[in-house]
Ligand binder design. Structure first.
Ligand SMILES: [Zn+2]
Length: 230
């Protein structure tokens, strides 16, 4: 049985922003409407780069019901500065992701179908499609199994993300995806789940051919420096 630790509530002079609460509410709705999780599972958060405060979904609440006042605001040391709800049980994993990756300002944890299938088999997701290698990384590793809501899950997830991968598979559980902002993180979630689906289908009819590391690096450089309207 998992227990919910009571978190300290502290005073802050930092500005609490309604816009970030709305961002997290909307991301939760997108996650449930796109079938990336079911029920009240999964969770999402955003970090305000100006204040460093982290806005996270409450624990065990229906995404269709969550309003901005239900969002909990945390410091990078897991102290509550705003909100009356119990924050997500995976708050430690979210905060650990922010603390290990200065480039990350949004974190989404899904219980998505195909990403979980790979994790059940303890398989990693290699870089099999161009969108995946450009936006997620050379691959998404499968971390070691530990119970949900534990510091060990947070540590394993952060280790799996490393310094530049934007997704990690959580075995028998789901996936953790990160992005520079919420729009980016939602795209990482969608592309990761799509790549997992493609990989499983490709394996079922043949032998998937992987993209070479040289071509992956070339595409990542293109995506970072030369893609789009500049
Ligand atoms: Zn979960």
């Amino acid at each position: 049985m998992l227990t919910v630790k009571k978190l300290p509530k502290i005073e802050t002079t930092l500005e609490i922003k309604e816009s970030f609460k709305q961002l997290v509410v909307d991301a939760g709705l997108t996650m449930i409407h796109q079938g990336l999780t079911v029920g009240t599972w999964g969770n999402c958060s955003a970090r305000d780069p100006e204040t460093g405060l982290i806005y996270i979904t409450p624990s065990g609440m229906d995404y269709e019901v969550i309003q901005t006042e239900d969002i909990v605001v945390l410091t990078d040391r897991l102290e509550i500065v705003d909100g009356f709800r119990v924050p997500s049980v995976e708050r430690e994993m979210h905060v650990a992701a922010y603390n290990s990756r200065p480039d990350v300002n949004a974190v989404i944890h899904t219980h998505s179908l195909y990403s979980t299938v790979l994790g059940v088999n303890r398989m990693e997701l290699p870089g099999i499609s161009e969108d995946f290698v450009q936006i997620v990384g050379d691959k998404a590793v499968c971390s070691e199994y530990v119970l949900p809501g534990t510091p060990e899950l947070a540590a394993n997830a952060v280790k799996g993300l490393g310094v530049e991968r934007n997704a990690v598979l959580l075995p028998n559980h789901g996936a953790l995806c990160v992005g520079t902002d919420m729009k980016h993180a939602l795209t990482v979630v969608t592309v990761t789940e799509k790549a997992a689906h493609i990989y499983i289908m490709a394996k079922s009819i043949g032998t998937p051919q992987l993209i070479s590391m040289e071509h992956i690096r070339e595409m990542q450089d293109f995506a970072r420096n030369r893609y789009g309207q500049r």
